[in-house]
Design a protein around this ligand. Structure first.
Ligand SMILES: O=C(O)CCC(=O)C(=O)O
Length: 210
């Protein structure tokens, strides 16, 4: 199922029972999106990390970087990530998101998809350190890629977005508990893409013990 927005317009989609997905294809203007893309491609310390699958270390099919406030760490797919300092451009985007969404993001996961052979498999951003109903803000730069969502109980219920340069996608409410998302690999020739997902993770010492 394609999302219901006409191209170029901001859309709000409700993903039952209580998930919300906001897509703004032109959150950044094309010139700004290109400038940030080129700087991050050059200046970020991109790393190839592995994940544990069926007891084996498998390299992730993309490069990543994790940035955030001092002392913030994140654990996903069996790996531990300690935040590197914010890149100034990423810090500026964080500040604008905080103003517009009212969320104080403490970190951003940066993904670099070098070409169509890079992708991300089905998953949800439901790690405990993100809290019950996390708001995740995702900015795309560079080449456009498909972004799919499927319902966890009924996998035939799907949505699809095309995330182009300068777009913002916000996932909120209980979306992460009932829906999964992925960026499929593609055999089509496609250039590099950078995606920044902003998350609110508290430093270990400040997490509430419940
Ligand atoms: O690249 C994207 O658009 C998705 C990234 C993502 O799902 C994640 O970082 O958890």
């Amino acid at each position: 199922m394609k999302n219901r927005s006409r191209s170029g317009e901001r859309s709000v989609n409700v993903l039952p029972p209580g998930g919300r997905l906001v897509h703004d294809p032109r959150w950044l203007d094309p010139g700004a999106a290109l400038g940030v893309f080129e700087r991050l491609l050059r200046e970020v310390d991109w790393q190839r990390r592995s994940v544990k699958m069926f007891g084996r270390e498998v390299p992730q099919p993309r490069l990543i970087a994790f940035q955030g406030d001092e002392g913030v760490s994140y654990r996903y797919s069996g790996g531990d990530y300690l935040a590197a300092p914010w890149h100034p451009e990423v810090g500026l985007l964080r500040d604008r998101l905080a103003e517009e969404l009212g969320v104080g993001f403490t970190s951003a996961l940066l993904n670099l998809y070098r070409d169509g052979a890079d992708g991300m498999g089905w998953h949800a951003d439901d790690e405990p350190e993100l809290g019950r109903e996390p708001t995740i803000a995702s900015i795309s730069l560079g080449a456009a890629r498909r972004f799919l969502l499927r319902n966890r109980d009924d996998r035939s219920r799907r949505f699809e977005y095309r995330l182009g340069a300068g777009s913002l996608l916000v996932m909120e409410g209980d979306l992460q508990h009932h829906w999964q998302h992925r960026v499929p690999k593609t055999a089509r020739p496609v250039g590099p893409r950078i995606n920044l997902t902003f998350r609110r993770i508290l430093p270990r010492g400040r997490r509430s013990k419940r």
